[in-house]
Design a protein around this ligand. Structure first.
Ligand code: BEZ
Length: 212
């Protein structure tokens, strides 16, 4: 297992899931992907996360992001657990959960952190771009459920900055002003960003979100 870092190509794999065999690259096609691990089936925080994730699927769809969860239990267990998730979270789990019983994918993606727990995954999140490179990695402990609003916010930033020469400031949300990339001279920025550029400092130039 090699450590995965930002910018690396996301390792491909084929694995069984709650919806049958899945090859990561085929599943993602030429869109974006989010791969997120869960410590184990029939656990309370994971149950709420998967319920929430399924309610957010339409937002991920809008951004052309395919969702893929993972837990180190088997497919039969996943499918029984999904019934509980649907019942208790009032939803329908509408994306696959990888059945990583042999921990092949968890090890490939460094999702088991032995000093936290030697046999369950932590809550890893990988966001994968259409070119299959890893654009974001976040690791949460088992005791903290993820904030799916934040994951969508980060995807908005990644997608904006992939196509425009901007970066997003602290707490940025879609529609807020953005930062002009430091690599662009202010004179050039004024030509590129038709909505205007405000120079607060030579290194801190703001412009309205170019997509709104
Ligand atoms: C949970 O999902 O609730 C959980 C899983 C493993 C350890 C602690 C909590």
């Amino acid at each position: 297992m090699a450590t995965i870092r930002l910018g690396d190509v996301a390792p491909d794999f084929t694995a069984d899931s709650s919806q049958g065999m899945i090859n990561l690259y085929d599943y993602l096609g030429d869109g974006w992907g989010i791969l997120f691990s869960h410590p184990a089936d029939f656990t309370p925080v994971c149950t709420t996360e998967l319920g929430t994730a399924s309610k957010f699927k339409k937002e991920f769809d809008k951004r052309n992001v395919k969702m893929l969860a993972l837990s180190v239990d088997g497919k039969l267990s996943h499918n029984e657990w999904i019934k509980d998730i649907n019942e208790t979270q009032h939803t329908v789990v509408n994306f696959p959960i990888i059945a990583d019983e042999n921990k092949k994918v968890s090890i490939l993606y460094d999702m088991i952190h032995p000093n936290a727990n030697d046999h369950l995954t932590v809550r890893s999140v990988y966001i994968i771009a259409p070119d299959k490179t890893v654009k974001l990695m976040i690791t949460y402990p088992a005791s903290t459920g993820r904030n799916f609003h934040e994951l969508l916010r980060v995807i908005d930033s990644l997608q904006l900055t992939a196509y425009h020469k901007v970066a997003t400031p602290a707490n940025w949300e879609h529609g807020d002003d953005v930062v002009v990339s430091p690599s662009i001279a202010t004179e050039d920025a004024k030509k590129i960003f038709s909505k205007g550029v405000k120079e607060i400092k030579p290194y801190l130039r703001m412009t309205p979100d170019p997509t709104t």
